[in-house]
Design a protein around this ligand. Structure first.
Ligand code: HEM
Ligand SMILES: CC(C)=CCC/C(C)=C/CC/C(C)=C/COP(=O)(O)OP(=O)(O)O
Length: 319
């Protein structure tokens, strides 16, 4: 992880865009959306300015954890084709710059979130950054094929942080949102790993595809899709759910399980001959799946503000 021997290539000075890239903005956009939904659907109203500032610092904290992840993973990012053009392996940002940037943003975002909302939310953000950087990136990622299963918790905390901004606490609803993302992460990631296997084996990262092969990974995707469905649907009978969410979850989970079944049944030769077309589609569908579940929660919130609907929903939710 040291910068010894690092020579910044001439004419390749870091640009603003390189520091933005360190924040992993595309992945973080969905992370931040889930935090936003967690904040909005909470039963305690938040002043719009406090809400805006809080989401801004959650986004900054998430980005900071991305920069620290890229700092630590620079050695493997140099090996994998997908990551070779990132700012550090491409030589546009030094490891020291990325480390300083990530640490500074982490501290600023946690302190500012605590000041803008409450200490619990600030500490929760700090714990999430710790979990992604230390527990997932530095420890689990390189040591076990269960890396993304356990480490995935980091990506599942943001809606709980959003909820904590509003309420200062944890509840059944926020834990249910956590579980939705936690159980979604393995199929999301393993679908990608099915068509990226050679990259991870070259970098000696013990992803399930590398250690146990594609057949086992396919079985695990279906297994997680099956466990995920009752949790995703169950969220619909908590106080933040309702008919719109339930209908959305039923359709999306039927598609997700069907896709998992197809992935499990596919012969490796067929998948390879087709350029892993179905696996790629399943990966992109996983993103839509999560976005639509959280989008449906927002719709429910809007409808709950309408008293007649809220009364109707109370009939079949349990809290
Ligand atoms: C440990 C957990 C996770 C792992 C290992 C993982 C891994 C990945 C990888 C390797 C990519 C490929 C694209 C890239 O290099 O940026 C990706 C894409 C993506 N992931 Fe995940 N992911 C995880 C959790 C999450 C979570 C929690 C979210 C959001 C809630 C998320 C949202 C996304 C999005 C939006 C993309 C597409 C980015 C793009 O369009 O380039 N991921 N993920
Ligand atoms: C608020 C806050 C702190 C949020 C953090 C959210 C979080 C942990 C998201 C993780 C998603 C992600 C980019 C995983 C990539 O895994 P990887 O790093 O193994 O992927 P790579 O090979 O692309 O680097």
């Amino acid at each position: 992880m040291s910068d010894i021997g690092y020579v910044k290539p001439q004419g390749q000075d870091a640009q603003f865009n390189d520091f933005v890239a360190l924040l992993k903005p595309r992945v973080m956009s969905l992370v931040v959306f889930t935090a936003f939904v967690g904040l909005v659907v909470a039963p305690v109203p938040v002043h719009p300015l406090v809400g805006f500032i809080s989401i801004l610092f959650i986004a900054l904290g998430g980005g900071a954890s991305g920069a620290l992840n890229m700092w630590y993973d620079a050695d493997i990012d140099r090996i994998m084709k997908r990551t070779q053009s990132r700012p550090i392996p491409a030589g546009r940002v030094s490891e020291t710059e990325a480390l300083g940037f990530g640490l500074a943003l982490s501290v600023i975002s946690c302190v500012m979130l605590a000041l803008a909302s409450n200490i619990f939310a600030g500490l929760f953000l700090a714990f999430t950054i710790f979990f992604y950087v230390i527990v997932y990136t530095m420890w689990l990622k390189r040591s076990t094929p269960q890396n993304i299963v356990i480490g995935g918790a980091a990506g599942a905390f943001p809606p709980m942080i959003g909820w904590a901004v509003a309420t200062g606490s944890v509840s059944v609803e926020s834990v249910a949102m956590f579980l939705l993302i936690f159980l979604w992460t393995p199929p999301h990631f393993w679908a990608l790993a099915l068509f990226m296997k050679s990259d991870y084996s070259a970098a000696k990262v013990p992803m399930l595809t590398v250690t146990h092969g594609r057949k086992t990974t396919r079985r695990h995707i279906l297994a997680y899709a099956l466990i995920l469905a009752p949790v995703a649907i169950g969220l619909g009978v908590t106080s933040i759910g309702g008919p719109v969410y339930l209908a959305t979850a039923l359709v999306l989970n039927a598609i997700f399980i069907h896709g998992g079944w197809v992935i499990w049944r596919r012969a490796e030769e067929t998948a390879e001959a087709e350029g892993y077309r179905f696996e790629k589609r399943y990966f992109y569908f996983s993103l839509l799946y999560l976005a639509l579940h959280f989008g449906a929660l927002l719709v429910e919130k809007a409808l709950h503000l309408w008293p007649a609907y809220a009364q109707f929903v109370q009939g079949f939710t349990w809290s």
